[in-house]
Design a protein around this ligand. Structure first.
Ligand code: HMG
Ligand code: MG
Length: 307
């Protein structure tokens, strides 16, 4: 059967904007996050504390987080209790995030050597060794840690990725102490049967479904089909990007992550609760598209905004 409720892990402000050609002013980013929160999203990945030369689009993390402080504060202290995770690749990144009072972080590993090298300048083993003190220190500080795993299905340099390799690195991320995993189809090549086979293999390797989130990119138009396969397997955490932000910075309206609006349309149609107001979310993505100067690639945004 399908779950009654799904938690959407909104990545537009991070995975979306890191792949947009335009550098968005920090005030606009803060307003984007505020509007996403007002639309009912409760987990909004805000930014990354990585090397600014590697991702110049997110080099303003130190300026952004203080602008969001009220949203992240606990309801008892007058805040909105929003979960505002950020990416940290190493201890330097974690220290920068902790200095700003961040309560949730994500490390990001790779199932393949090629992407580990391209994204982190490390081998897979070296990347895990880099994460070990990050996860330990975060746990000591009571900070929740997500472990992303990229290239879980296919890799642009290596082709199809063996399921056993994904299971092995997943298990090692959990053994480091990650609270949850997010399985990334970074280049969007997965198909539903592959999703089911991978989730089954992960369970057999001792990774429980409750700890697994899915992170699909829509390059081949398979993201929703893949999501449905994951829901049928029992997954209840799904990553998505408002308006389908992101994708290739050099191709106009190329698709990036699964669009949050497309996801919400499907989930609500299935009677699954999300807490999201689809009209308000669509308005937010139309507003953001105006800021970026290009239309949203989301089918649902297009359909609802042209009514
Ligand atoms: P490196 O060049 O090997 O770094 O990069 P290093 O450790 O040798 O340090 C070099 C310099 O960088 C030093 O400064 C460090 O202090 C500084 P220097 O002594 O030369 O003056 N440095 C930092 N500065 C600020 N913040 C930091 C930091 N760390 C070191 N955190 C590194 C290694 C990991 C830093 C680099 O490769 C990097 O920043 N990579 C980030 C890549 C990235 O953000 N990729 C996108 C996110 S992953 C993704 O999108 C996939 C996902 O969506 C899931 C999916 O779809 O699959 C999550
Ligand atoms: Mg991604």
């Amino acid at each position: 059967g399908l779950p009654r409720r799904v938690r959407i892990h909104e990545v537009g402000a991070r995975d979306g904007l890191q792949n947009e050609k335009a550098i968005v002013p920090v005030e606009v980013k803060a307003e984007f996050v505020r509007r996403l929160a007002a639309a009912g999203l409760t987990t909004i990945e805000a930014t990354s504390f990585v090397h600014p030369k590697w991702v110049p689009q997110l080099a303003d993390a130190e300026q952004l987080m203080p602008l969001l402080a009220g949203l992240g504060d606990a309801p008892e202290t007058g805040g909105a209790g929003l979960r505002l995770p950020v990416l940290v690749p190493n201890e330097r990144g974690l220290d920068r995030a902790l200095a700003l009072g961040v309560r949730e972080v994500a490390v990001f590993g790779s199932a393949t050597e090629s992407f580990a090298k391209a994204n982190l300048n490390r081998t897979v083993d070296e990347a895990l060794a880099m994460f070990a003190p990050v996860v330990a220190k975060a746990a000591d500080a009571g900070v929740h840690v997500r472990g992303y795993l990229s290239m879980c299905f296919g890799d642009p340099w290596e082709g199809p990725v063996p399921i056993e390799r994904v299971a092995d690195v997943s298990r090692r991320l959990l053994d480091l102490g990650c609270d949850e995993l997010s399985l990334g189809d970074t280049i969007g090549v997965a198909t539903p049967g592959h999703v089911t086979a991978l989730l089954t293999a992960l369970n057999e390797a001792g990774v429980p479904t409750e700890r697994i989130g899915v992170h699909f990119h829509d390059t081949y138009g398979q993201a929703l089909a893949n999501t449905l396969a994951a829901l049928q397997h029992g997954v209840t955490t799904v990553d998505a990007s408002a308006g389908g932000l992101g994708g290739c910075p050099y191709a106009k309206s190329a698709t990036g992550n699964l669009a949050t609006e497309d996801l919400v349309w499907m989930l609500h149609g299935l009677g699954i609760e999300t807490g999201v107001d689809l009209g308000q979310l669509t308005d937010t993505s139309v507003w953001m598209a105006d800021q970026l100067g290009r239309p949203s690639p989301s089918r649902t945004v297009r359909a609802l905004s042209h009514k």
